[in-house]
Design a protein. Structure first.
Length: 533
């Protein structure tokens, strides 16, 4: 009979499993085995490094608990493995457990065989972890060929010098202990992550502040953008896009555990994404909004600007960008987590015609408040106060407001010019469109030029002057149309208020210009207009 000295190495996340295997070995072999388990082998006041080194030198065998969890304390396990391998060498021809590193693995985490390494699969399937403790206990069976039983048999051979298959009573006892150990492992697994779901879309963006050009309102091309929950689809990019690469969840600092409920994540370089979406008219809007919030996250002091809103590809939905976490490393690397939360569309109630009236009024008033009232930031006379340095920020905001009006018009079914015929005549609509459509195009052109990366102060000053000119034209040419459209809708509201029996039906015939001064600003262009009267 020969005593066996075993050193157990584990990450802290596997501590309960290490304790369970230590107890199993001591129950099976008693005083004929010494198990170095740091919770019991380390004494107060002793040097941890010296004690662990002494334990490794004295060990005949090293057991490594490897269950695939994210190892925040993996450095100790790596040190212990390297130290044992450097101080132990199995003699040629030896096939036993002495001098070997034996890894206890889960069902599907067994690596290929290596010299002086042995892997023992616990063969614990997901269905077993899902089962209740009583059922799990019944379902765990230890076959004669079970890896764990074979390991105990090799321990019996090393310690007692006998073949376990020839000792039926001893073999049945080892089976019982192996079964109890697996049941303990199952209970540990039940406390771990089963599945990670992302109900919200998320971007994780990494870049280095050293590569950010102060004069550019854009992330460096080599920055990485990682998409979770299909966030990249908001830009019209399919999750199956070839240039997107799969990213393991354990490579993402802010995502969580490396269990089998991994998140589906896709990543690419920021420069590649910009090139991919360059043809979309909203591309600069998306890039500028994301860059602004993410670059601000890397500044020494900042306040998260969670007011940024982007419009999806096709203009059908709106999402608010919310910076949830910003992590800065000593080498200048910044990692920003940005959630995209959809701005919900409120459910409509009541008669369709009165709903149309309300939404039309909202769009007409929003246009008025935005461009025609002197208190607005976007009133033409106030533009000089932005100054060239402030133009990119205001241009982003203006593009967002135009996109929001377009989205709201689409939701209200007012993105089709003919829909506005409920309020004014088709002749008036044509006159309004002839004014608004080219004006909107010029305003958008100025805004996109303002947020173009690398614009210098001289170009910004020139763009600011051009934008002011277009806003002044808008105020001059569209004010009367807006007032007439507002008047037409107001008369409908008065008519509705005078109805004593409720609006069970609502007239939708346009009021002819000959009988009323009704007019209005342009309805949305079916291709690019935002539908603002």
């Amino acid at each position: 009979m020969s005593k066996l000295n075993v050193f157990t190495s584990y990450a802290r996340e596997d501590q309960k499993i290490a304790a369970a295997i230590s107890s199993m070995l001591e129950d099976v072999f008693g005083e004929n085995i010494f198990v170095f388990y740091d919770k019991e082998s380390l004494r107060p006041g002793e040097s941890i490094n010296d004690t662990i080194r002494d334990g490794l030198r004295a060990a005949d065998t090293m057991l490594v608990i490897s269950t695939g969890v994210m190892r925040t304390t993996h450095s100790w396990t790596g040190f212990e493995l390297g130290f044992f391998s450097a101080t132990h060498e199995q003699k040629p021809g030896e096939t036993g457990v002495r001098g070997k590193v034996i890894s206890i693995c889960t069902y599907d985490d067994v690596p290929p065989p290596e010299e002086n390494r042995r892997y023992v699969s616990l063969k614990i399937e997901k269905e077993l972890v899902d089962a209740d403790p009583v059922r799990a206990g019944k379902d765990i069976e230890i076959a004669d060929t079970d890896d764990l039983l074979q390991l105990l048999a090799d321990f019996v051979l090393a310690i007692d010098g006998v073949n376990l298959n020839e000792k039926r009573a001893r073999r049945d006892e080892c089976k019982k202990h192996a079964r109890n150990f697996k049941l303990a492992v199952v209970e540990v697994f039940k406390t771990r992550v089963k599945e990670v779901r992302k109900p919200q879309k998320q971007f994780l963006i990494r870049y280095n502040m050293k590569n950010v050009e102060p004069s550019h309102d854009d992330l460096p091309a080599e920055a990485t953008i990682i998409s979770m929950g299909g966030a990249i689809g908001l830009f019209g990019v399919s999750n199956n896009e070839p240039s997107l690469v799969d990213v393991e969840a354990n490579e993402i600092l802010l995502v969580g555990a490396r269990d089998k409920g991994r998140l589906e994540a896709k990543g690419m370089a920021w420069g590649k994404l910009r090139n991919l979406i360059a043809g979309d008219p909203l591309a600069l809007h998306w890039g500028s909004a994301l860059s602004q919030i993410v670059i601000a996250a890397g500044l020494p002091t900042f306040e998260a600007d969670n007011s940024q809103i982007i419009i999806t590809h096709g203009g059908e939905k709106r999402y608010r960008l919310i910076l949830t976490t910003s992590t800065t490393f000593y080498d200048g690397t910044v990692e920003a987590s940005v959630y995209l939360v959809e701005i919900p569309r409120r459910k409509d109630y009541g008669h369709q015609d009165t709903t149309l009236l309300l939404k039309g009024l909202d769009i007409v008033c929003r246009f008025r408040f935005l461009f025609l009232e002197s208190q607005s930031d976007f009133y033409w006379f106030n533009v000089d106060g932005w100054r060239p340095a402030g133009l990119p920020k205001m241009a982003r905001q203006l593009l967002t407001e135009l996109a929001l009006m377009q989205t709201e018009a689409r939701e209200a079914e007012l993105h089709k010019p003919g829909s506005w015929a409920a309020f004014v005549s088709l002749e008036d609509l044509e006159a309004m469109m002839s004014k608004w459509t080219p004006l909107e195009a010029e305003i958008r052109k100025c805004c996109l030029q303002a947020i173009e990366p690398g614009a210098d102060e001289a170009l910004l000053a020139q763009t600011l002057a051009a934008l002011k000119q277009q806003l002044r034209r808008l105020s001059k040419e569209c004010a009367s149309d807006n007032a007439n459209m507002l008047g037409a809708i107001s008369r409908r509201l008065v008519s509705l208020a005078d109805t004593t029996k409720g609006a069970t039906s609502f007239p939708t015939k346009a009021i002819p210009r000959s009988s009323s001064p009704d007019s209005g600003d342009n309805p949305p262009d079916p291709q690019s207009g935002s539908g603002v009267p």
